[in-house]
Every structure is written in structure tokens, then in C-alpha cells.
Design a protein around this ligand. Sequence first.
Ligand code: D41
Length: 665
Amino acid sequence: MIVPATARQRARVLHEELHEHNYRYYVLDDPVITDAEYDRLLRELQQLEATHPELVTPDSPTRRVGAAPLKAFGQVHHELRMLSLDNAFDDEELADFDRRVRERLGVETIEYAAEPKLDGVAVSLLYEDGVLVRGATRGDGETGEDITQNVRTIDGVPLRLTGDGIPRVLEVRGEVYIPHRGFEQLNRQAIAQEQKPFVNPRNAAAGSLRQLDPKITAARPLEMYCYGVGLVEGQLPERHSEILTRLGEWRLRVYPGIGRVQGLAGCIDYYQSLEQQRATLAFDIDGVVFKVDRLDQQQQLGFVSRAPRWAIARKFPAEEAQTRVAGIDVQVGRTGAITPVARLEPVFVGGVTVTNATLHNADEVHRKDVRKGDTVIVRRAGDVIPEVVRVIREKRKKGARRFKMPATCPECDSAVERVEGEAVARCTGGLFCPAQRREAIKHFASRRAMDIDGLGDKLVDQLVETGLIHDVSDLFQLDVEEFSGLERMAEKSAANLVNALDQSKETTLERFVYALGIREVGEATARILAQEFGDLEPLMQAQVDTLQEIHDIGPVVAQHIAGFFSESHNREVIRKLRTAGVHWKPVATTSVLSLKGKTFVLTGALSMPRNELKDRLQAAGARVTGSVSKKTDYVVVGDSPGSKADKARELGIKILDEAECLKNI
Ligand code: D41
């Protein structure tokens, strides 16, 4: 059948438009049409192609999905070997690398291209006359698997390059990965469908590319950044950094923050700045790659065995490490919650030595099946508490016993209870339990509660152990002499402590309510209670029904609050605290504040400590939450904001910078 010229022309226009919108959406992150409009154009092209199959080309925007499942992957021989990267684990090794390069080339300073080392899967894309004709995994560097139909489903991978000077043959190499947000969503789905969640984004990316059915790959949130070229027939610039710029111009995705730096010092600066940004990046990176920028110098250097002499990966300190579980203890928290903790053989992870890792609760221990003596992978990300990721089952010794939650509290022998439907087991000892008492006092003294300077955890342990204090009100009865009798407590620090205790007596109602440590009453709830009741007496009198009527306070929390104040022991402690001089100004409950009821999210690096801005916003009646949703009114964005800013834009939420925000307070 002959295709009418009008249909052919229309198909061409649709190709152009769809490629353009795809590029704007997935590469530039700056779409100019709605998803619905995009779908309309795509459907129109699909219909045209259905009527006139001759119009279907391999680079048609309709060809991303639709290929039939394969029986097996074909093999791809890499014309030019895909090399691997040498590693440098500290600045000294990096300096050695730089020195070797300088000596071989006989020059004083080297210009390096610097780029993040993505933690994904290395992939090769082959373009002929600008059209994507093949995608392959790295494999052993020599032979990989043909995953053409899978890479086609990755929206950020152009099916056709656009622009000037595109080589006739261009092999592009890069890293396919799954960003954090996509990973979390993927695992939520997996759990909802009762499938095993992925261990980490890299495994998820690798698994997604290895699907024989491209429809499965298409449903995975894969992305790609290009880091270099392989086989080329045609002209390219003389520098690595300029080649990457050209790739970007032809609409391939290239990381926007690639640097060109001078010498070792420049490399170290770049490394440090990326390490700082690491937590705010939308994807996992495990280091920085430095490459001699000039291609003539690269050529001169050549490679040894499988790695080029002109490139090195400066790795971040490992966030995961292997160690052994010396034992599993349980810790009793402030509210009696019993948390199993793995005691580890000390191991250096993510820049610190780790000796304990939380196991969260009994279900978690059993799910991961962690046992005493096991070899485990521990992980430490940023400031979070280290955790056991998984057990290496092959290394388990015979006779290793499953963990059992103790039936009685290890601290006070009271019964341990687990309420139906709750994950947490609790000691029923209440303030009879020394562990709960200790933790309650630590909480009371903490910075965001009563802020008693100099009353650290170790000191509280001593005070409770020696019987000097029994509850928080006893703190205010101690004098310099009594404090200086304690271990590692000089008279000077004892005097400072008495002074700090004295100063802490002047507080606010919300801090005081928070400091009491009522179950599930965090800072936000304490603030609401202070604003609603204005002073402590009406709050202490409030019945469960009254409390429940308050917006944001549910039946469980209401029960905890009323329960706390109904206990004579608690009322007595409060009375003693007030007698000792703890006081606050009543809160004006009727005053209407400018930001009352508005929800804020803070993201990126601000010029003031984040908690300070949070305090000021809350003082003005605003709520400050951690994640962006439709209910968010404003997102305050600092330097290097992360995915929260993207999400705000996506949802059309108003974005303020710090200065604009302060003006509103
Ligand atoms: O981001 C990466 N993971 C990355 C990997 C990168 N930015 N650059 C790389 N450069 C190379 C050379 C220098 C050998 C072309 C690489 C890799 N290789 C690589 N990825 C997996 C194996 C090797």
C-alpha cells in the first residue's frame, strides 16, 4: 500500500515533536506540554503507524516498548574493550596516581575532568547515523549481553541523536541507575505485592536491565548518565570534558556538574564538595572519577591490564562493611520499648568505627534472621543509626540459635508485653524500671526539651545508679557538693551544672510538655497542646474526649496524655518541679498568628541552623514537616536542594528562598 504524502509528513512532524518533548521532560527536566498532550501526540502517531506500517522506523517514539519477550540475550563483542577503573581509597593514593601521571608525561600539572562515580550498571549504546541500533551490558569488558530492547525503554536514552557533527558511528558509554525516589516507590510496590524488596538501587537497576520481557524493564524507573565514548567513526573534540559537552548537545544525558580541575589540589576540592552534596543528590554515588582531560595525554599514558593509566576512582569511605555479631542484647527505651541491638566486632564504615547496630524489633530480627555469631553486612548512611542489612548465610556456624525476645525486662525483671498489632515489645515496669527512668531523665535534660547544659548521658547513668536521683524533680535538689562527689566531676563543672539547672527553670510550656516524655508526644504535639490549652492546669484536667477533639490528636495519643496526667506519681513530680522553681509564661491561646495552619517543608543548606528556622516558623504558628505532599503550603529552598524541591515544582507548591521566608515571619 502506498502511504499518502500527508500521512508521511504528519508522521515526521510527530516524530520531531515527540522526540523534542521527551528530551525536554527526561533530559532537561523542563517540559513545556502536559502529560495528557504528550499522550495525545503519541496516540496519534501510533494510529498512523497502525494504518501505515511502512511508517514505522526503529527510532520512532512509539518503539520504546512493544518488543516481544526474548528467550535469551544475544552476545555482543565489544570492538573496543570496556575498561575498568582503578581505585584510590584515600588522598594519599590519589596523590600517588597524580604523581605517576605527571612523571610519565613529564609535566608539572595535569588538567583533570571530574565526575561523580554513579553506583549503577555500565552500559554501551551504539548509534549509527545518529540512530540507536544497539545497547549492551559491559559483561567482562570483552563480551556483554545485547539488551537493545531494554535500553530503548529508558526514557532518557535518545532513540535518535539531534544536532551537528554527529559521528557516523558513535558508541556511548554510561551508567544506568535508579534514583532514590524511584527505588523507594519500586520497593513499596514490591512489598504491596508481597514480593521481596530489592536490597539496593544498584541491584534493582541490574535486575531491571536483565529482564527478557522489555515491558517489565519499561515499568522500572531507570535513568542513565553518559561518561564517555568507545568506538567512534568521525570527529570528536580533543578533550574528554568537551566530548561530554558534545554528547549533551546531541541530547544524551550527561551529569550537569562535571568539572575541569587543576592538579591534585583541584581533585581534592572537587571530591570534598561532592562528598558534601552526596546526601542531597537524587541518586547513589560511591566516589568521584578523575580522568586526564587531554586525549593526547590519555593516549600517551595508555593502559595496564584492564584499566587505563589516565583515570582513577576516588572512592568514598564504604557505607557498608562486613563484620561479625558478637551478641544480641536488648535495650530498654524511655517508654519501655525494647529494642534488640546487635553487638558487633568493631568495623570501620562510612568514616567511623561502628560497634552496635539496631535491629529495630523482634519481627525485624526474625525477618533478617540475625543470630549470634553470624557474619553480617552493616550499613551506615549519613547520620543515621547503623543497621544490619543482611546476614551472609553461607558463613553461619552450625548450631547458631535463633534470637528470642526475653519474657522479662533485663533491667527490672518486669514482664515484657507486646500489644496485638504493634511491632514493639515493652517493659511494663514503668518508672520502677531503672532503664526507663534513666532514659526519661536524659530526655528531660536534652537540648530541645529543658536544655540542661552539661547533663550528659553518662552523668545521668551515674546519678540514677548511685541513687542520688530518682526522678527529674530530684535534679533540682542537688548542690555543688553532691555533684562533685561523682566520677569525673570537678568542682568547676559541678558549679556550672548547678548554674545550668537554675537557668533551665525558665522555660516554655511547650518545651516543658515535651520534656515530660509522654508517649507519642513529640515536639509538634507538645506545641499544639500548649497552644490549645495555654497553661498546664487545663491540660492536666483535660479528658480523653476533649483531647481527641483537637486537630492532629488521635485517640491513642489522647489516651496517652490523659493516662500520663492521671497517674499520681506524675502529678507529684510536676508539683515538685514547680516548687523547685520551674516556670513558663502562659501561652495566648486566642492570638491569631500570621502563619497559623500553614505547612512548611525545609530543604537544602540554609544559612542558619535548620532547627532555628523551624523554631521561628513554629513560633509563628506554622507546621514544619519533613516531606512534600499536596498538603504542603510552602517549600523553603536553600543551597543544593534535593528531590523535595523537584517534588514541590511537580505539585505546583510555592517555593520560597530563605530571605523570602523570613520576611513572612
Ligand atoms: O559513573 C561511573 N560509574 C563511571 C564509570 C564513570 N563516571 N566513568 C567511568 N570511566 C571509565 C573509563 C575511564 C574506564 C572509561 C566508569 C567506568 N570506566 C566503568 N564503569 C564500570 C566499569 C568501568
